[in-house]
Each structure stands twice: as C-alpha cells, then as structure tokens.
Write a protein that binds this ligand. Structure first.
Ligand SMILES: Cc1cc2nc3c(=O)[nH]c(=O)nc-3n(C[C@H](O)[C@H](O)[C@H](O)COP(=O)(O)O)c2cc1C
Length: 204
C-alpha cells in the first residue's frame, strides 16, 4: 500500500470513529436517569388525601405517600356507600343520583387538617366521567390557598377529563397542577416517574 493510500485510510477511520463517538454522546444526553428505587422524592411537607371505595385509588395514594414521605389520609363518607349504592348498572343508584345532582355534597365523617402541608395530593376514582361529589365537598370545605394541589385519579378506562378543572373551580384556592389518571394496575415505577416529573422541588 502506498503512503498516500495509508494516510487516506487513516483519515477515513478517524472520521468514522468521530461520528460514532458523537452519536453515542448525543444519545446518552437525551436520556434522563430513571429515579432510583426507594430514593425519596424531596418535596415540602405533603398530605396524600384520597377517597377510595374499592381500594384502587388508595393503593396508589399510599405509594405516593411512601415516595414523598407524606401523610396518607382517607376521606370517609358519613353515610358509607353500599355495593348497591355504587352499582352503576342501576339507573337509580345513589352514586349516579349524586353525580347528576349539581347540589349534592355528601358529608365527610372525618376531620382532615391540612394546616402545615405545602403540597396536597388529591386522589379519587372516576365516577361517570367526573370525580365523586364527596370530593367536591372536600375541596369546598378545606382551605387550599397557598398550597400546591396535585389531583390524580383511577378509572376503568376514562381519562381524567375535566374532573380536575371541576374540582379546582369549586375549591378554596390553591395552585392546581394538571390531573393524572392511573389504571388500577399502575406500576410502582410509573407512579414514581410521575411524582418525580412534577417538579415539586426540594424539601422545605
Ligand atoms: C359509581 C361508579 C361509576 C364509575 N364510572 C366510571 C367511568 O365513568 N369511567 C371509568 O373508566 N370507570 C368508572 N368507574 C370505575 C372506577 O373509576 C374504577 O374502578 C376506580 O379504579 C375505582 O377506584 P377505587 O377502588 O379507589 O374506588 C366507576 C365506578 C363506580 C363505582
């Protein structure tokens, strides 16, 4: 091989290597490190409040509380819902009647004290495309002003829809983030990724 051919070969090899390095570097730059399992997501003092009849929302709420080191609180209806009350195949079931009644505000049995919390996660199941009316009772009777409010829900298939906007509209203030819908089988890593991506900042 002549010296010229060898030199051309070396230059070509160097160019190929440079391109390969550039591709690898740009690729690694576009990936965010997934949050580490069990590493707490640091935010201000958080309450994770939920209403849950069959446990799906409660399971996710408890996971969120674990991730942010927050306090889990369950909203309890003063008049508990029976299976018949929740039977949405029945056109006259209690849940449907409440959802169809703009004035319905089912009473809450327990006191939930939100003072001292800077962030409030609010979880609920979707009922007939919206949040259960007991959530409306909750946001109307609890001061959320000065707090970050993070709505989330579970459903069979419906999205969050306008449920977050409806709650915000009747709420006592607060800085509301967009709602997030989970399926009942949402994985721990999905929940953790969502919490990490909220940009809630460092612990107060
Ligand atoms: C009265 C009632 C109405 C419901 N309406 C809807 C709906 O409109 N869309 C949907 O996808 N799922 C609907 N579901 C299913 C629940 O949203 C779903 O099972 C949810 O995960 C239950 O949460 P929970 O276990 O925390 O109560 C409804 C369930 C009930 C009891």
């Amino acid at each position: 091989m002549s010296r010229i051919a060898a030199a051309v070969g070396l230059v070509a090899l160097a160019a190929v290597l440079a391109i390969a390095v550039a591709v690898v570097m740009s690729d690694s730059g576009s990936h965010q490190e997934p949050p580490q399992k069990d590493e707490p997501v640091q935010i201000g003092k958080a309450a994770v409040v939920c209403f849950s009849e069959t446990g799906n929302t409660e399971r996710i709420a408890r996971e969120i509380a674990g991730i942010v080191g927050g306090d889990f609180v369950k909203i309890l209806p003063e008049v508990p819902y029976t299976a018949a009350d929740r039977d949405y195949s029945d056109s006259g079931c209690r849940a449907r009647l409440e959802q169809n009644d703009p004035a319905a505000r089912p009473a809450i049995a327990n006191d939930v004290d939100l003072s001292g919390y800077s962030t409030v996660f609010l979880g609920y199941p979707i009922w007939f495309g919206d949040s259960p009316k007991i959530m409306w009772t909750f946001v109307e009777t609890h001061r959320l002003e000065g707090k970050t409010v993070v709505p989330f829900c579970t459903s069979g298939s419906s999205g969050v829809g306008s449920s977050d906007d409806h709650l915000e509209a009747v709420s006592e203030g607060g800085a509301w983030l967009d709602g997030k819908r989970f399926s009942s089988s949402a994985s721990s890593s999905e929940i953790r990724s969502w919490v990490s991506g909220l940009g809630l900042g460092a612990a107060a």
